[in-house]
Design a protein around this ligand. Structure first.
Ligand SMILES: NC(=O)C1=CN([C@@H]2O[C@H](COP(=O)(O)OP(=O)(O)OC[C@H]3O[C@@H](n4cnc5c(N)ncnc54)[C@H](OP(=O)(O)O)[C@@H]3O)[C@@H](O)[C@H]2O)C=CC1
Ligand SMILES: O=C(O)C(=O)[C@@H](O)[C@H](O)C(=O)CO
Length: 269
């Protein structure tokens, strides 16, 4: 698996699995948690080791259970979770401490590989205060790398300027309907790598047909072409599928490379 060296010094796999609907009734984001680890077990079986969860997905415990049930050593996994950028979680140091400890417990681990602030909020000074609490947990070894999600340039620049530990990752929406290239490039210039969320959805279906000629050339699918495109430009990806075959397909993206013309075509989609 290709890895990216984060500014924290840790290596992060470029490809992981999303989980926002896993372990829930009806495979729904708002479904009741059922602790079903089927989708995670098949992902781990395929080879995924980076797993993206969040407090707001309510399924950190499902991830922790699946990792434990796999019998694979914890050190082989790269677990990503997120604290909501909301006052209930971020109102003071004690709330943030409690959230970190609850994530550790749910994930059945004594460290989290990457912990993100899920969404920015308007008051940058308050956000910095929250960031400093995450820095404390990183310094204490409970979190290897700390990062952000859905941050714009101003918000990212503020933390880079005022924080002691720079954000290691900015997880942002990125797919042919919305590449978010400017914030991705800005982060990379500052040593902050991006993860693409929603890499296979949230864009117009007509784009898939436009990718077919490239996909056919490599005996791949439109989804595999999009994942390879992001990985090639060092953008990490966390596709999510409930289907074991599609999980395997999304993992099988390292045996072809796109030409410069093909990459230019995809960029313009
Ligand atoms: N930081 C943030 O604010 C956000 C983070 N995220 C994270 O990013 C992850 C990925 O985003 P997500 O919204 O789940 O969407 P994805 O872009 O991963 O797409 C998921 C959808 O695509 C389908 N799909 C998956 N693989 C294939 C394939 N090979 N061919 C055809 N269809 C496929 C899935 O259906 P099926 O299951 O039937 O295969 C599902 O409907 C989330 O799970 C979550 O972890 C998501 C949103 C916001
Ligand atoms: O915010 C996230 O991380 C999510 O996964 C959600 O945005 C989810 O994708 C959603 O659409 C909830 O309605």
């Amino acid at each position: 698996m290709k890895t990216i060296k984060l500014n924290s010094g840790y290596l992060m796999p470029v490809l992981g699995t999303g989980t926002n609907t896993f372990g829930k009734e009806g495979n729904r984001y708002d479904g009741k948690i059922n602790m079903d680890t089927t989708e995670l077990a098949s992902s781990i079986e395929v080879g995924y080791r980076m797993i993206d969860t969040a407090i707001s997905y309510r399924n950190e415990a499902v991830v922790g259970k699946a990792v434990k049930e796999s019998g694979i050593d914890r050190s082989e996994f790269f677990l990503v979770s997120k604290i909501p950028g909301q006052p209930a979680y971020m109102k003071d140091e004690a709330s943030i401490d409690a959230a970190v400890m609850a994530s550790l417990e749910a994930l059945q681990t004594d460290y989290i590989d990457l912990y993100l602030i899920h969404h920015p909020w308007d008051n940058l000074a308050e956000m910095l205060a929250a960031w400093k609490v995450l820095e404390k947990h990183a310094e204490a070894g409970r979190i290897n790398s700390i990062g952000v999600s859905n941050f714009n340039e101003e918000q990212l620049a503020y933390l880079l300027d005022k924080g002691t530990i720079p954000p290691a990752v900015n997880q942002v929406e990125s797919h042919p309907g919305k590449w978010n290239d400017a914030i991705i490039a800005f982060g990379m210039e500052q040593g902050v790598f991006a993860t693409s969320w929603g890499p296979l959805s949230r864009f117009d279906d007509s784009i898939k047909a436009k990718l077919e000629p490239i996909a056919n050339k490599y005996h791949k699918t439109w989804a595999q072409v999009l994942l390879q495109y992001q990985i090639d430009r060092d953008v990490m990806v966390i596709p999510k599928s409930h289907d074991a075959k599609r999980q395997a397909q999304n993992f099988d993206v390292f045996d072809f490379t796109l030409t410069e013309d093909e990459k230019a075509f995809i960029k313009k989609l």
